[in-house]
Unconditional design. Structure first.
Length: 167
């Protein structure tokens, strides 16, 4: 339910990828890793001209990973001030304020409900393109507790964002 409708990537010109987690050693965590992998896969569809990666500390790490897998570094814009989904939305909206190209938001299935609404609330019209993060990880018995905890936390965040009027 948090992911919204699944569908094919109908393309856009700008791919927006919010950052996820970092490990203590400043490497991409599991969420950031999978968002980066799917960003590369999506870029390879050939639709996109630019990619925006957003998130304090994590965006440069993700950029380096994504560039290492063939996305031209000059096509990757980095927004590295934001520390939350709301700040991702506000800062990327500011960065792309006068850009009329079609924008596609790529993020984890469980994160899409809140992220798409936060970006739209910030004034940036995006097409939601979730990928099966929690859905795939839940197929692994050892990962199920982690996925359950992520879903509980995300539900609490949706309620908090709703109460604050951020979505």
């Amino acid at each position: 339910m948090l992911g919204g409708p699944w569908g094919d990537d109908r393309g856009g010109e700008i791919l927006i990828v919010p950052g996820g987690d970092l490990t203590n050693s400043r490497m991409a965590g599991v969420t950031s890793y999978w968002r980066s992998v799917y960003a590369v896969f999506t870029w390879q569809s050939g639709h996109y001209k630019e990619m925006v990666i957003s998130g304090h500390d994590v965006a440069p790490v993700m950029r380096d990973f994504i560039a290492a897998y063939g996305v031209p570094q000059e096509a990757i814009l980095v927004e590295d001030k934001s520390t939350s989904t709301r700040e991702n939305a506000l800062d990327v909206a500011e960065l792309l304020r006068n850009d009329s190209r079609r924008k596609v938001l790529l993020t984890s299935d469980y994160h899409m409900f809140r992220a798409a609404r936060a970006f739209r609330k910030a004034g940036l019209e995006v097409t939601a393109f979730p990928f099966p993060d929690a859905q795939k990880r839940a197929n692994s018995i050892p990962e199920r507790w982690t996925v359950f905890c992520m879903l509980v936390a995300e539900t609490a965040k949706v309620l908090y964002y709703g109460a604050r009027g951020w979505i």
